[in-house]
Each structure stands twice: as C-alpha cells, then as structure tokens.
Design a protein around this ligand. Structure first.
Ligand code: 6PG
Length: 250
C-alpha cells in the first residue's frame, strides 16, 4: 500500500459527508488564512450531493466558511446545458451554490453551451488565466473532491480512454462507446498537482473497485482512480463501511 495515502472508513454516508465537510472547512480556513483565497474542485455524480447540502445548511459550515473568498471548479462535466438534470454544475448549484453568498464570478463551470472541443479549450484558457500559469505549468488547487465509479473511473477519466494518457492539457473532451452524454474532464495532471485530493466513495456497488484501487498489486493497466496520486499533496480516501466491505488491510 502506498504510505502517502490515508483511508478513513465512515460508518455511513452521513458520517462520510460530515468528515468531508470538516476537511473542506479546515482546508478553506488554511488557504484563506495563508493566501486570501480557497480554490476547490467539486466532484460530480451523486455521492457528494449530501456533502454539498450539509455545507449549505449546517450553520457550522454555512456560517463559518468565507464563501466570498472561495472559488468553485468542477472535476468534470457532462456536455449538457447548465440547467440539465445530468449537469454536475446544476446539481451543485441546487444543493450548495445557490444557497451560499459566493459571488457568481467565483463559480467556474465548464462552458457546456459551447461545442465539446471549444468547451474544453475554454476551460483550459480560463484555468490558465485564473492561476496565472506559464504554458508548461499546472494549477495547484487547494482541494479536489473526486468520486469513483464501480469500474474505477474518476471524474470522466474512464479505463482505456485517451484522456488518461494526456500529460500536457488541463481539460479534454471525452467521447466513446457508452459515454453518453459526452464529457469534458480535467486531466490526471491537474488532480496530481493539487495540494489535497479527497475521494468520496459510498455504497456496496463500489466495494470491488475500491479493493482493486487500494489493495491490489499495481499492474500495467491501473484503474484511473488509482492513478490519482498528488505529487506534492495529500490523498485522503473517505469511504463508508459498505464501500469498504471487501477491504482486507484497512
Ligand atoms: C461524474 C463524476 C464521476 C462520479 C462517479 C461516481 O461526472 O459522473 O465525476 O466520476 O464521481 O461516476 O458517481 P456516483 O457518486 O453517482 O456514484
């Protein structure tokens, strides 16, 4: 097992969301205290929605985080309009962003109203501008939340897809058999330059992939979620008991 990785098993999804909210709040305080700004990447899918609701509704977070200094990004996005039920932005907006006093300019959604390639290019440009990056530099997000699919994908980095091999770009389009709607995703290079990555994994359907990612010997074709290893950052797997049920060494 990689020793620069922490695995924390929560009793249930509620405890997982609270642990994630505590991490969010702690890292926000630290980043804003140090640099006056907190950059966070929100995971897509359904697992983190309980976390987003907790942040928006529990006074211990809602009234404590300096939302006006918090900048929100998204791990990936489905190529649908921003008000579509499948949109990661829309779901984060309903559960969190519309309920906190973060200025609209602090929410950096993928421009899915553009065509796929243009949306990825726009994301690439806006990230480089926001972080004031030189051409070969990567953004260093203070916190990246990620989920994991039962096939071991994370963000929209699916096993066997070209996006996994991208080493220069920050955001790429993702198409292919079974990927409907098409996606735009940040790349492994972005996630692996983060100061902190927190995976949120819940439910027995993820147990097989979680064991494969956390405990199986690394083979020649690792699952995408296993390829997330921040080079100068922390990696925390927040998982619930159901997702952890096949683990042997945790
Ligand atoms: C997406 C996510 C994706 C998600 C996993 C888990 O856009 O769907 O980025 O990587 O995190 O598929 O999804 P659930 O939390 O819904 O199981």
């Amino acid at each position: 097992m990689d020793d620069d990785r922490t695995v924390r098993i929560a009793a249930d999804p509620e405890e997982l969301h609270r642990a994630a909210a505590d991490e969010f709040s702690r890292l926000a305080d630290a980043a804003i205290g140090e640099r006056g700004l907190f950059s966070v990447v929100l995971a897509g899918g359904s697992t983190p929605l309980g976390l987003y609701s907790l942040l928006a509704n529990d006074p211990r977070y809602r009234d404590r985080v300096a939302w006006e200094k918090t900048h929100f990004f998204f791990s990936d996005e489905r190529h649908v309009p921003p008000d579509h039920p499948l949109s990661n932005f829309r779901n984060a907006n309903v559960t969190l962003l519309s309920k906190i006093p973060a200025p609209p300019g602090n929410v950096h959604r993928f421009a899915t109203e553009l065509d796929l390639a243009a949306a990825a290019d726009r994301q690439e440009r806006s990230l480089r501008e926001f972080f004031i990056l030189d051409p070969a530099e990567f953004p260093r997000f203070d916190l990246v939340f990620l989920g994991m699919g039962k096939d071991g994908h994370t963000a929209s980095l699916f096993p066997g897809t070209a996006a996994l091999g991208e080493t220069a770009r920050l955001a790429v389009p993702v198409t292919g058999a079974g990927i409907h709607p098409a996606r735009i995703t940040h790349t492994l290079a972005v996630f692996n330059h983060a100061a902190a990555v927190v995976f949120l994994v819940s439910g027995s359907s993820k147990a097989g992939a979680l064991r494969a990612v956390l405990e199986e010997a690394s083979g020649s074709d690792p699952l995408p979620a296993r390829m997330v290893k921040p080079t100068r950052g922390t990696l925390l797997w927040l998982v619930d008991r159901e997702a952890a049920r096949d683990l042997r060494n945790h």
